[in-house]
Write a protein that binds this ligand. Structure first.
Ligand code: HEM
Length: 534
């Protein structure tokens, strides 16, 4: 039957032998066709897609180092779910640019200092994308995903929240949190096994979350809500893999992370509503949300006066004039502060406590400096003057951030083909990731980079190496909270040194690094705290 049908389409000019061939071929084709079933069609489509995936990877990879082939579709997704620090080190060492492809994402690592800086400073070609799931947690409309002029303008409206005067207003709240948590640390330690210690990393994460919440939203959030945010934040961090499965599947890490993020947004939105009412009634600024809402209300008052023709003094004009933000918009932005700070400050504080315990001579110097700056009275409260005049403690914090940089990579997305070197163009749509560790461990700039040496910031040349100091990024998206973050760590470790003694129970893996969004000691830092008798 098939032969007949095909024969009927033969050209009248066709000779007999051709007709015979056609007839024979059609027979094979038709047998093949009739033997085809759903499975073989699916298999063929699959093989075509595998070939396309492989070809597309190799085309994007071009000349840069990276695996010679890609595990079909998923790439090294399973490895990336449990990233090993040593694998990152090996990858960075493989070339100043190297690549990998996970699912649909082509990922390029920019490892050398100059490549990393080039990415940070090329806003024409790249914009931050944080990690894959970030858009889903923070929402695509979040300001951190804004680009160019829009980003600059939005950021200008936030700069006022991190001035010296503003930071001073947040200090009493932060110190209250330290008082409460240090007392708890000692209580937990009393109940813990002095030989084994207590893994303090989770508690330090909670402390950092509580300090952040107090700094960002003051007393608008109850202690119980702060505790819930701190506990659930763990799920947000767990969802932050570099590249996730493209959709959120119920009961997976991303699903739990999204639920936790939704809860945090609701809590912050409630805070915004309370804050607006309190500030409208003339409340004092004690947290970031207060400072921001005040700037909105000041701007609105100014605009109203101008509109009504009331005489105004230009010196009183709020700079910049900011628009009114909804409770939800405020919540979204404050959430970015928590998102940006939580893992990084938790990492820094964990290493700080561990490093100080392992180096009693350094801790003694921190203690002596802090006591002297408080004129012998350990109970003197935080002030900007105090925190800014602790050069040795500052050196210890900076060295901790260099030695164990909390953030090792900052994912950007390529907006248009980016000729990053003479021989390689990063393709549009790929993820381009400046890495920070190599610049901060460059032996030519920081001699013996694997030694923890705070003095390099005092008598050495570390302070002059601003090109390598990439702990907080650089370029238009450099860390908005960097001054606050460092002063906060200075305040924390100085105060801890005066009120407590602590011991680190070293294990075989204390120096080994776990990557949980940021860097942590693999044993989660077993410590024992006790009250310090002056
Ligand atoms: C030790 C603590 C911290 C470290 C190591 C750190 C590091 C970084 C890094 C590497 C970036 C990316 C910069 C870039 O792309 O050039 C960043 C961005 C950012 N950080 Fe931090 N950060 C810390 C604490 C904080 C804190 C406490 C806050 C908030 C109060 C904060 C707010 C931000 C924000 C909002 C951005 C995005 C800025 C933008 O896109 O314009 N960070 N941070």
């Amino acid at each position: 039957m098939a032969d007949v049908v095909n024969g009927s389409f033969a050209s009248p000019l066709a000779d007999a032998s051709y007709a015979q061939h056609v007839s024979a071929d059609s027979g094979i084709l038709s047998r093949l066709y009739s033997g085809m079933n759903g499975f073989s069609v699916a298999l063929s489509v699959f093989l075509v897609l595998v070939a396309y995936d492989q070809f597309s990877y190799l085309r994007q990879k071009g000349s840069i180092p990276g695996p010679a082939w890609k595990m079909p579709f998923i790439g090294p997704f399973l490895e990336s779910m449990n990233p090993k620090f040593e694998q990152y080190l090996a990858k960075w060492a493989s070339g100043e640019l190297s690549c990998v492809s996970v699912f649909h994402k082509f990922v390029i690592l920019a490892s050398s200092r100059d490549m990393a800086r080039k990415v940070f400073n090329s806003p024409m070609f790249v914009k931050p994308c944080v990690v894959d799931v970030a858009q889903k947690l923070l929402r695509p409309t979040n300001w951190v995903f804004l680009d160019g002029r829009q980003h600059v303008d939005y950021r200008k409206g936030l700069n006022g929240l991190f001035t010296r005067q503003a930071l001073e207003a947040y200090l009493p709240g932060q110190e209250e949190v330290y008082d409460k948590y240090f007392a708890e640390f000692m209580e937990i330690s009393r109940k813990g096994d002095p030989q084994k210690g207590v893994a303090f990393m989770p508690k330090l994460r909670e402390l950092m979350c509580a300090v952040s919440c107090r700094t960002f939203v003051g007393h608008y959030m109850t202690d119980a809500a702060v505790k819930k945010v701190a506990d659930d934040y763990w799920m947000i961090t767990a969802a932050l893999e570099l590249v996730n499965f493209p959709i959120i599947i119920p009961f997976t890490k991303t699903w739990y992370g999204k639920k936790a993020a939704d809860m945090v947004l609701v809590e912050f939105a409630k805070c915004a509503a309370k804050c607006k009412a309190r500030m409208a009634a003339g409340g004092e600024v004690i947290c970031i949300m207060d400072a921001w809402v005040k700037s909105m209300q000041d701007s609105e008052n100014w605009n109203r006066k101008v509109a009504k023709g009331v005489p105004v003094d230009q010196e009183d004009k709020p700079n910049p004039l900011v628009r009114q933000f909804t409770d939800y918009e405020i919540a979204q932005t404050v959430f970015t502060f928590l998102f940006a700070s939580q893992d990084a400050t938790s990492s820094a504080s964990t290493w700080l406590f561990q490093l100080m315990a392992d180096r009693p001579e350094v801790l003694d110097k921190v203690r002596a400096e802090n006591l002297a700056a408080r004129k012998g009275d350990p109970n003197v409260r935080f002030s900007m003057d105090l925190l800014e005049n602790l050069p040795y403690t500052r050196a210890v914090v900076k060295e901790t951030l260099r030695y164990r940089p909390p953030v090792i990579m900052v994912p950007y997305i390529v907006k248009k083909d980016f000729p990053i070197t003479d021989t390689y163009t990063a393709p549009k749509g790929s993820m381009l990731i400046p890495t920070l560790w190599p610049a901060l461990h460059d032996p030519e700039v920081y001699p013996n980079p694997d030694d923890f040496d705070p003095d390099r910031w005092i008598s050495g040349t570390a302070e002059q190496q601003s090109k390598n100091w990439l702990v907080f990024g650089t370029g238009p998206h450099y860390c908005l909270g960097q001054t606050y973050a460092q002063l906060n760590l200075i305040g924390m470790i100085g105060k801890a040194s005066l009120l407590m003694d602590w011991k680190h129970i070293q294990t075989d893996i204390s120096e080994d690094i776990e990557v949980f969004a940021c860097l942590f000691p693999q044993d989660h830092c077993p410590l024992i705290f006790s009250e310090r008798t002056q």
